[in-house]
Design a protein around this ligand. Sequence first.
Ligand SMILES: Nc1ncnc2c1ncn2[C@@H]1O[C@H](COP(=O)(O)OP(=O)(O)OP(=O)(O)O)[C@@H](O)[C@H]1O
Ligand SMILES: [Mg+2]
Length: 225
Amino acid sequence: MGLELNAAKLVKSFGARELFKIPHFHVGEGESLHLSGDNGAGKTTLMKILAGLDKPCSGRVDVTPNARRWWNNRLHPQVIYLHQTPYIFAGDVEDNLAYGLKIRRESRKNIRTKVKKALEWSRLEPLAKQSAHSLSGGEKQRLALARAWVLEPRLLFLDEPTANLDTHSVDTVGELVSDLLHDGTTVMVSSHQNNRVTEQCKRHLRLSNGILAESIHSQETPQYA
Ligand SMILES: Nc1ncnc2c1ncn2[C@@H]1O[C@H](COP(=O)(O)OP(=O)(O)OP(=O)(O)O)[C@@H](O)[C@H]1O
Ligand SMILES: [Mg+2]
């Protein structure tokens, strides 16, 4: 079952500084969104609020089904936010992939099968037994994506998944994101640059001076209303 996200009257301030005010925002099942904006515009803060990891000062975010005021309870299991700097757990690559599945109390057999599939999907098989902290930046990014993929998210927030990656790694992340979109996962990606990842997105949003504007047309150089 797909998820829908509705946000209304979202306001986030830090002290006297109002970071953004968003009257309405809707994300439908299977959509792909690119969120751009200058450093400090509030992209990370907004994505964390939408993902339920941070609270707005006022307003609400609803993820349906089963989503009334879900940020006050536990996080929605099908909503995943990937940090701007990939968060890596101790242990090897396999341990990292198994982490969320263990928390979900999946059987050992299931975990083995899913970790194997995730290694194949992310092309990290040769690195399966390597300490995750020793991976390169691009490999860590792939691991973070695979760790999310294995949990079968329906709504995935990717915060700058291509920052500091070379062209080849950006293309690889682009292929993984393409797979996710093909599977019907809703993906919202924040990024400064336009690249293989962002050009797959059908909706283009820009956060600037506290306002979230959406490009009217899906085109290479979005014009914001
Ligand atoms: N806990 C906090 N307390 C005070 N100010 C904060 C806090 N968290 C974020 N900010 C400020 O809010 C602004 C938006 O930060 P945010 O990380 O959301 O921006 P961003 O658009 O993701 O930037 P970047 O492109 O650099 O990742 C910044 O000016 C930041 O300093
Ligand atoms: Mg950010």
